[in-house]
Design a protein around this ligand. Structure first.
Ligand SMILES: Cc1cc2nc3c(=O)[nH]c(=O)nc-3n(C[C@H](O)[C@H](O)[C@H](O)COP(=O)(O)O)c2cc1C
Length: 151
């Protein structure tokens, strides 16, 4: 049985936290907010998922800082996020590059919309209201089930 770790940050609405918990549960893994873990525990895991909301076009800086602290990260990994308008491929690019630079093998990526009341969107009562919704949660579960087959 592979040991799975899900590391996330979710500063806005808890949108990504919901996805992190669901994926972690499906994979039977440990789920921690990035600030809760010591980098030394990472070596105990076989598979590591990294996720957060997308803030100014990329994942939360704490994930980059954690990865930067490691010399190498030659592990199976996956990336997830919640976001509003930035497309998935653009949103994930920087984190993906960082992980690959450290030697990680990316098994898959998941992203869905996440409600935001940030900036101008507040004036309209928010954007991507109600997301992640039940369909997003179902897709996240499907993603995790597919990932299981690759572990
Ligand atoms: C400060 C800030 C910056 C954001 N920048 C972006 C962005 O560049 N692109 C995007 O698609 N969404 C952006 N969003 C929306 C969030 O990615 C989205 O609401 C996400 O679901 C928040 O996740 P969280 O609740 O887990 O923090 C931003 C939200 C905040 C609060």
């Amino acid at each position: 049985m592979k040991k799975v770790l899900v590391v996330y940050e979710s500063i806005h609405n808890g949108n990504t936290e919901r996805i992190a918990n669901l994926i972690g549960e499906c994979l039977g893994g440990d789920v921690f907010r990035v600030g809760e873990i010591d980098k030394s525990i990472i070596q105990d895991y076989d598979v590591i998922g990294f996720g957060s909301g997308i803030y100014f076009g990329k994942h939360h800086r704490s994930l980059f800082e954690l990865i930067d602290e490691m010399d190498r990260l030659e592990k199976k990994s996956f990336i997830f996020s919640t976001r509003t308008l930035t497309p998935q491929s653009l949103s994930h690019r920087k984190l993906k590059e960082k992980l690959m630079e450290k030697g990680a093998k990316i098994l898959g990526e998941f992203s869905c919309k996440g409600e935001s009341r940030m900036g101008i969107f507040k004036l309209f009562g928010g954007i991507c209201k109600g997301r992640p919704n039940s369909d997003d949660m179902r897709r996240a579960r499907d993603f995790a089930e597919n990932l299981k087959k690759k572990l």
